[in-house]
Each structure stands twice: as C-alpha cells, then as structure tokens.
Design a protein around this ligand. Structure first.
Ligand code: FEO
Ligand code: CA
Ligand code: CA
Length: 634
C-alpha cells in the first residue's frame, strides 16, 4: 500500500493498515479448498447456484413459493445504487434529521463547511460519524441516544489538514465523538432536532463516568488521577448500541485501542496490550497534548476503555456507568433479552478477526418498576463455542475455567475466552434478539484472513496467536462476503448454556461464483450484498440488516452497489433490499419513533456530498424514513 491518506481511512481500514494482510492472496487456491470442504459444510448450510444440498441438518434460505407468499416483507424491493443519495422503495420517502455539526443548543455556531466547527461549539452540536442509536419515550417526548464512533480529522481541522498540533485541536476532536442525546419531534418541516430541549446532551471523551461491577476499584483500573479505580473520563469509539428492559441506553466501546499512544518511542508496553492492539502510535496523537492518553506515563488508562457504558437518557445530569461485569473487548453492540425466570441477558460481539461472541446473565431478576441499578454489575460472563454438528455452548468464564482472577477475566476477557477454547469468529458485529421467537442473530461481517496461510505455511492467527482455521460457523477461507449466524437456546430459554445454531445467510455473489462464494440459497441477483454489520429486529420480527462493505460494484462485488439496508424474514429466509446509501457511506444504526411511523437510519462517512447535494460537504446524517400513506414502517 502506498500513497495512502491515513486520515481519510475508516477506523476499520486504519486497523487493517496497522496489522496488514499478506501482500498476496491466492484466490483460486482458496476457492478450491473451500469446495473440497463442501461435504462437511453441507450439513449446516445450503449453497446457491445449483450446488447439491447435503446432509440433514437445518437448511437456510428456504425460498419455496409457499414460503415467499407467507413472507411478511411488504415493500417492493429496490435495485442497487451507485450514486450519491439515499433510495427507498416506492411509497416511502426520507429526509435528513441530524447532520454532523447541526446545533443541539441555540448558543452553538451554525455549521461552517469552510472553517469547520469551533471549539466553543464542539460539545453543543451533533457529533460526527453517527452509529448505533435507540429511541426512548421520556415524559411524553421522543429522545434519541446516538453514537459518534470516530472523527475524520481532515474535515474537522481544515486549517492543519487534519494534523492535531495543539491541545485545543485534540479537545475539538474529543468533543465531536461519544454520544448525543437529543429530543426529536415531527413538525411542519418533518422530523427535526428539538434545539435546547432539556434532554439534549453531549457525552464525549472527557465526560465524567463511573466504573462499576467486579473490576471497579481493582489495581488494574487505578491511575494517578484516579487512585480509587472507580472514576473515569470519557467513552471511546462508540459503535453499536443496546437498550435495557428498564429504558436506559447501552453504548459500546469498540476500537478504543487507537486512542492511546506513547510519547516515548522506546516505552516497554505491557504484554497484554498486544491482544487488544494497543501500541506506540495512536490515531489522533492525543498523547502529545493530553497525558491521560500517553501509555508511557499512564499504562493503566487503556484498561478503563473497552467497556459497555450505561446512560440514562431521562436524566440529563446522570453519570454514565461503565459496567465491568460485561467484560472488556472491542464491543460492537449489546442486545438484551430476559431468561424465562426473569434474569437479564446481554449478548455481545467482539469485532476483530478471530475474536469471540459473549453473553452476560445477571444474578438478579428484573421486575418492571423494580430496582435495576445492580443488575448489570452482578452476574456471569460466558463465551460461545460453535460445534461442527450444529450444537453449541456458552462456556462460563470463571476462575476455575480460566485460571484467572475475576478482575483479570473482566479486564482481559479475550484471554479468558482463549482459555476456554471459544470459537474464533469472522468479526462479530451486531447481535440482534428476535422479539417474537427465542433466537439470536450475529452479523459476522467478513474475515479476509480466515484460513489464509502465511509465508511460512501456517494459518493466520487472531491477535492471541490462535490459528483462524475454518470452522462450521466460519466456513470460508478469505471470507470477504460475511455471514449471519443464529442460535436457538435450548429449552427456548436465553438463560440456557447450550443451543443449536445455523447460518441464516452466507453473503456472496452467484453472478461471479458457483462455489461457496456464490452464497447461500437465499442470496440471488436481486438482493446481493456483502459485509453485514448493523442488525436490528422490528417489533414484528423482521430482521433489518445494514452493510459496511466493499461498494466498488466491481469484480467479486459486481452487482452489490453502495452499502444498503435489507429486511430478512427469519421464517422463510427471504431477504430483500429496502434502502441504499450514498456512495462511500456505511449504513449503520436503526431505531423507530414511538408510533412506528418513522424509522431513523444512520448514514456514516459518505464520500459524496450528502445529504445536501452538489457543492455541500459529505456529512454523516441520521435520516427518517416514512411511508407516504402514513403507515407503519416496522
Ligand atoms: Fe464499529 Fe465493528 O463496527
Ligand atoms: Ca459496525
Ligand atoms: Ca464494520
């Protein structure tokens, strides 16, 4: 790779650059190897393009005429797009609601495309790179909590071309990330931010937080500034989201590693940093101007990031809480469910090549209106094992099973997962729980290194040194398309420690390939997509799938078009395209108005002048999608 503008990279691309894939990848060899494994794969999934269906286990992609007729997908699917705007089906319309830089308070300066956002306004405007979100009904008002995953420094610091050269510039970037809480309302101009609402709030890299749960106060979490190990400043790389049964917001810290660096180029780093990708170089050079991010001075600071953070959108003065019982890794999102006896379950993915899926089960019981403060502080963390025969286990991460202390299990959850032999996955992105059936889904977005050999002939490993050999849930070498795995807890109880599983869909391209890379039977010329990422069920049990993949529309990705959102019917396997994003964007984040007549969708990092058209800057934006007839959209 040469002539790369590092500042223009998405966060995933930055991560890839810092841990690059091999220069050559023999695709023919990879495909041949995948085909030779078909006998083993056939029991778990059915390939498209005329491939024989083998075995007797659960098949995916049931697309019989009968099943299609029974589908709940009510819209007319749309074709791919490669242009600079959003498209939705006939009978639907969309409008922007909140763009990067839009004021949340009337004393914020209006957005200035030439000069950028000034420091004084930077914690009073809608942040950049919108991601996971949830809507809350608070005292008769509709309040959205929404993540701002990262910033593009070159458009926020136009005067320096994106270089951070002083503490104010570092602070500006810090203020534009984190979380926005904003009231929205529908008026004459459609859905808009309610400027100056008492619920409006920005939570960013310097917002005081509390650390709670079993790791709070541990030596690992103590720093010079906080010798108690119970206070923390800021939340980082807020990716996906979740909503608790008691109406609070869960924001998930994903690629937190990239915020920490060293002013001493020779600093010796703790051995555990490697597993989490923490190194000497940071992405935004905060460490040069803010010692908290300098690991040569504050080696414990990175342990205070990588958590799930609970925020109460109904209480603008409340302190966000980092829930250590849910483990520390590159958290994608947090999908809540209840066990049959009323304990709280949180399903979570760790988005990195070859990392694991997790779930937390509370010790206490949730009762509507009852006390909830301790529910996410006391419980058991598990990591997932997917067996070749379509069964699986949630393996408890305990001192007995891992040989680690409870504090170590929570701060170094990846190592705990390795100790129990959790299954290496193809980058677990969002988890979604079906509200009308006891089942969970996880988007395994892609893994270019799965099964790929290094120069010495050994298979590429995850950051913990475990070979990413093929396994039944992650069955394709050099998996650039991704798949969605789902599991059915035994006894129809999210509290069960065993489950059955299958693959709901293998993304692919049957117009280019006739082997495993064609995808599963429910992938066809009309619904091509790659790299499933955001996922959310609506109240009817339709699975909404958002993508963050290759939008070149060429070669292996011909016919895939821009990133998009599709709806999947779990019962029939049918998947249809509902929305296409502008070129360069990722579609991520989804929630609904209280009456379900508006759907809010996040458009992150467009490269086209979106949403305001020619001559305007590309701006990450939350849009609303409605039906022309005012009907329900989910
Ligand atoms: Fe921020 Fe894994 O997506
Ligand atoms: Ca994501
Ligand atoms: Ca992604």
């Amino acid at each position: 790779m040469k002539d790369i503008d590092k500042k223009a990279l998405s966060w995933d691309e930055w991560d890839e650059l810092n841990d690059p894939r091999p220069a050559t990848c023999d695709f023919d060899r990879v495909v041949e190897a995948a085909i030779s494994r078909r006998g083993f794969l056939g029991g778990i999934l059915a390939f498209g393009s005329g491939a024989a269906v083998m075995g007797t286990a659960t098949l995916i992609g049931t697309t019989s005429a009968e099943a299609q007729a029974a589908s709940r997908i009510g819209f007319k699917p749309i074709p791919i797009a490669t242009d600079s705007t959003v498209h939705v089906p006939e009978g639907y319309r969309w409008q922007p609601v909140a763009r990067w830089g839009d004021p949340l308070f009337s004393d914020a300066a209006p957005f200035d495309p030439a000069g950028g956002i000034d420091l004084a306004s930077s914690d009073k405007v809608f942040g950049e790179n919108t991601d996971g979100m949830e809507l809350f009904f608070v005292d008769g008002r509709q309040v959205i909590a929404v993540n701002h995953e990262y910033v593009n420094p070159e458009i926020n610091l136009p005067a320096t071309g994106g270089e951070v050269t002083n503490a104010d510039e570092a602070r500006l970037l810090q203020n534009l990330q984190g979380v926005t809480v904003m009231e929205v309302a529908e008026g004459e101009n459609g859905w808009q931010i309610v400027v100056d609402s008492p619920y409006n709030r920005r939570i960013h890299h310097n917002t005081p937080m509390r650390l709670s749960g079993p790791a709070a106060g541990s030596d690992l979490l103590r720093t010079e500034a906080d010798p108690t190990g119970t206070q923390s400043l800021g939340t980082f790389n807020n990716c996906g989201s979740g909503k608790t049964p008691w109406g609070t917001y869960l924001t998930c810290e994903e690629n937190f590693n990239g915020y920490f660096g060293s002013t001493d180029p020779n600093a010796a780093l703790p051995a555990d940093y490697k597993r989490y990708g923490i190194g000497l170089e940071s992405r935004y050079a905060y460490e040069k101007f803010d010692a908290r991010f300098d690991v040569s001075k504050n080696p414990n600071e990175p342990y205070r990031a990588g958590w799930v953070v609970e925020i109460d959108p109904a209480k603008p003065d409340s302190t966000p809480v980092k829930r250590t019982a849910l483990g520390r890794f590159k958290h994608e999102n947090a999908a809540c469910a209840l066990t049959k006896d009323g304990r709280v379950v949180v399903y979570m993915g760790d988005d990195e090549r070859g990392e694991y899926m997790y779930k937390f089960v509370s010790t206490g019981f949730y009762t509507p209106g009852g006390a909830t403060e301790g529910l996410l502080d006391d419980g058991q963390l598990f990591a997932a094992k997917f067996n070749e025969d379509g069964t699986g286990q949630w393996v408890a991460l305990t001192p007995d099973s891992t040989g680690m202390t409870t504090e170590e299990i929570l701060v170094f959850s990846r190592m705990a997962g390795s100790k129990v032999g959790a299954t290496t996955m193809d980058r677990p992105e969002w988890v979604a729980v079906n509200p009308v059936s006891v089942e969970g889904y996880c988007a395994l977005t892609n893994n270019s290194r799965r099964g790929v050999k290094q120069d010495d002939g050994s298979i590429r490993t995850n950051a913990g040194g475990e070979a990413m050999t093929l396994n039944a849930a992650n069955p394709r070498e050099a998996n650039d398309y991704g798949q969605i795995v789902r599991w059915f807890p035994d006894g129809e109880d999210h509290g069960a420690e065993s489950f059955r599983w299958d693959l709901y869909v293998m993304a692919g391209n049957p117009t280019v390939h006739s082997d495993a890379y064609a995808g599963s039977d429910n992938v066809n010329e009309g619904n091509l997509f790659n790299s499933p990422d955001g996922m959310m069920f609506d109240q009817t049990g339709l699975l909404w799938i958002q993508t963050d993949g290759d939008d070149s529309n060429e070669g292996d990705f011909a016919g895939h078009g821009n990133n998009q959102m599709l709806a999947g019917d779990p019962a029939t396997g049918r998947i249809e395209r509902f929305l296409t994003g502008p070129v360069g964007s990722e579609v991520t984040g989804l929630t609904w108005s209280v009456d379900r007549r508006a759907m809010f969708v996040g458009i992150q990092h467009p490269s086209a002048p979106f949403p305001d058209g020619e001559g305007a800057l590309p701006r990450s934006t939350v849009i609303a999608v409605m039906r022309d007839d005012g009907g329900l959209v989910g």
